[in-house]
Design a protein around this ligand. Structure first.
Ligand code: EPZ
Length: 419
């Protein structure tokens, strides 16, 4: 079984370039099902999750070709199915994002229910509520979910929670519907803005993305376009925390500073120096960083996808740090793994208290989700000895060439194949 070994590596230094955003690439790949002409995507991160999504597109009849590093050409003119295969859906819940485009393009879609995962039950009620509001009939037959509609008609939809996936799925279902759709209390993540920009290039009419009210006016058909995926703000944040936790000096390139505000604010509160310019951010760690508190919230609040990485950092901050996780109901499993390394984290429901600084010791730990895996690498950098991380398939889902990137900053990290 593949594992990642991390040895004590303080004072990381150098420059690292983030890849395109996984959470923009996945909905944009799904949205390519709506196009009838060539679509060229650049800066697509080469990740397990992207591979699975391209397999899903091919299984529906879309022609998907990799034409260079991080570059794909897609043509969905001749779709021949509206049904996703269970074995693909079960590999990645984000495959569920093809439901909106298939409903919009084909008038029908059959998907196996996406599983929950370690971090929570991850229901899809808001996605389905949106489809029904557009006139779709939803049938839930033992594990499969079918949505169908003679014709989709625009409507006003209020989301009880600003769900990223539901906002994206509803936009993709509405772009070919008759009339106007307004999504209220929509998610405002930058990845939704990137999806809207992509759809507009294909001829869709989507305004307000990035605000809590998004307006879509249905059009007859969508053509093709060229699009470059935005940088991955979570990968960028992960390397910024790497500089902080190792008291290093790291420049992160290919980053949109305005997407990083909560992360920059919290690193500054801890005592780090953060220097921003238009395409890069430099983080210089401090010798004696102090405790901070974070509360995860939908964008523009502190991102839940950075909570695990900050928990690792908090083990090295002087005093009691607090992390409150409001987005997912079970996203502190990495606390147990960090405590195995000598951290002092106590979790009560949605709140974790982290007493620091604590000397961590390398041992065998396991990644419990994609970001938890990254957090364990960060902890391994400051731990004494060697940290052996298993279940690293989680990490490969969301981080492209993670060891090479860390190694380029001076980290002692390698991937091994051992039982
Ligand atoms: C997206 O997941 C991201 N994934 C997640 O990133 C990210 O953590 C999450 O947004 C929040 O920012 C992708 O974009 C592929 P949600 P998504 O719908 O869309 C509840 C990573 O590490 N909810 O905003 O599934 C749900 O239970 C991954 O890259 C409903 O109740 O997130 C959760 O508590 C992890 N009903 C909350 O909303 C619904 O119909 C946030 O979920 C949908 C969601």
């Amino acid at each position: 079984m593949e594992k990642i070994l991390v040895k004590n590596s303080l004072h990381l230094r150098g420059t690292v370039r983030t890849s395109g955003a996984k959470n923009a690439a996945l909905p944009i790949l799904a949205a390519s099902l709506l196009g009838t002409e060539d679509i060229v995507l650049e800066d697509v991160p080469e990740l397990k999750d992207v591979e699975i999504m391209t397999e899903v597109l091919k299984s529906l009849g879309s022609d998907v070709k990799k034409i260079g590093k991080n570059k794909f050409i897609i043509n969905s003119k001749n779709l021949n199915s509206y049904e996703t295969k269970y074995e693909l859906m079960s590999k990645m819940r984000a495959s569920f994002l093809v439901m909106g485009p298939l409903l919009g393009r084909m008038g029908k879609t059959v998907n196996s229910l996406p599983g929950g995962c370690n971090i929570g039950s991850r229901p899809i009620d808001l996605h389905l509520k949106g489809f029904e509001a557009l006139g779709a009939i939803i049938e839930n037959n033992v594990g499969d979910i079918t949505a169908s509609a003679e014709e989709l008609t625009g409507n006003k939809i209020y989301l009880d929670f600003p769900s990223v996936g539901a906002t994206e799925n509803i936009i993709m279902a509405a772009v070919l519907a008759k009339g106007e759709t307004i999504i209220e209390n929509a998610a405002m993540e930058p990845e939704i803005v990137d999806l809207a920009n992509f759809l507009r290039k294909m001829g869709a009419s989507v305004t307000g993305a990035g605000t809590s009210s998004i307006r879509i006016r249905g059009v007859e058909k969508l053509t093709g376009c060229n699009h470059q995926i935005i940088p991955d703000r979570i990968e960028a944040g992960t390397f910024m925390v790497a500089a902080a936790i190792t008291k290093g000096d790291v420049i992160v390139e290919n980053v949109i500073s305005s997407h990083m505000k909560p992360i920059i604010a919290k690193l500054k509160e801890a005592g780090c120096e953060v220097i921003e310019n238009d395409e890069a951010i430099r983080v210089i760690g401090t010798e004696n960083p102090k405790a901070i508190s974070i509360k995860t919230l939908p964008y523009p609040g502190f991102p839940t996808d950075m909570q695990a990485q900050f928990l690792s950092l908090m083990t090295q901050l002087r005093g009691n740090s607090v992390a409150i996780e409001t987005v997912f109901e079970n996203r502190f499993m990495h606390a147990d793994e960090l405590n195995k390394m000598g951290a002092d984290i106590s979790v009560e429901g949605r709140e974790a208290i982290i007493n620091g600084p604590k000397k961590l010791k390398g041992t065998s730990v396991k990644a419990t989700d994609l970001r938890a895996g990254a957090a364990l690498i960060l902890a391994g950098l400051v731990a004494e000895g060697t940290t052996e991380i298993s279940e690293i398939y989680h990490i490969d889902r969301g981080y492209e060439n993670i060891e090479d990137k860390f190694r380029s900053l001076g980290a002692n990290i390698e991937r091994v194949d051992r039982e």
